[in-house]
Unconditional design. Structure first.
Length: 130
């Protein structure tokens, strides 16, 4: 990959320790960029594989994030829920150089574009027609 394949997102210091930043994309859901207390940076689609909770609002611990909706533990390396839960969310490649955080531009433009956040609220009931 050449440098043109990477998009500058922010400085590492712009991501709160044990927190995240959201990166919006022209298409598809936001990507959450996380920073743990060891200074490692990870990127996941901002959607829990369980009920679609915003992982960017979760609590980071070690190399995992706890979904704010139902406390599922999602691995930051692989985007997968920890046992006994199951399911994965899309991961994105991250590169950190000289304190700057880059995401892979090709992945940002092409991965998980069809994923949508669930819509909260009452469910409309379909009326059967005879």
């Amino acid at each position: 990959m050449n440098m043109n394949d990477w998009k500058l997102i922010c400085r590492v210091d712009d991501i709160p320790v044990l927190g995240s930043r959201r990166v919006s994309r022209p298409q598809g859901m936001d990507v959450a960029v996380f920073r743990n207390d060891a200074g490692q940076v990870f990127a996941l689609l901002d959607r829990c594989p369980h009920k679609g909770g915003p992982l960017s609002q979760g609590i980071v611990f070690g190399t995992s994030v706890a979904c704010p909706l139902h406390n599922w533990t999602i691995g930051l390396h692989d985007g997968c829920a920890r046992q006994p839960d199951e399911g994965c969310t899309q991961t994105f490649s991250v590169k950190v150089e000289n304190g700057a955080v880059f995401l892979n531009a090709i992945e940002l433009a092409s991965l998980a574009l069809d994923a949508v956040r669930p819509i909260a609220g009452p469910v409309s009931k379909r009326v059967a027609t005879t």
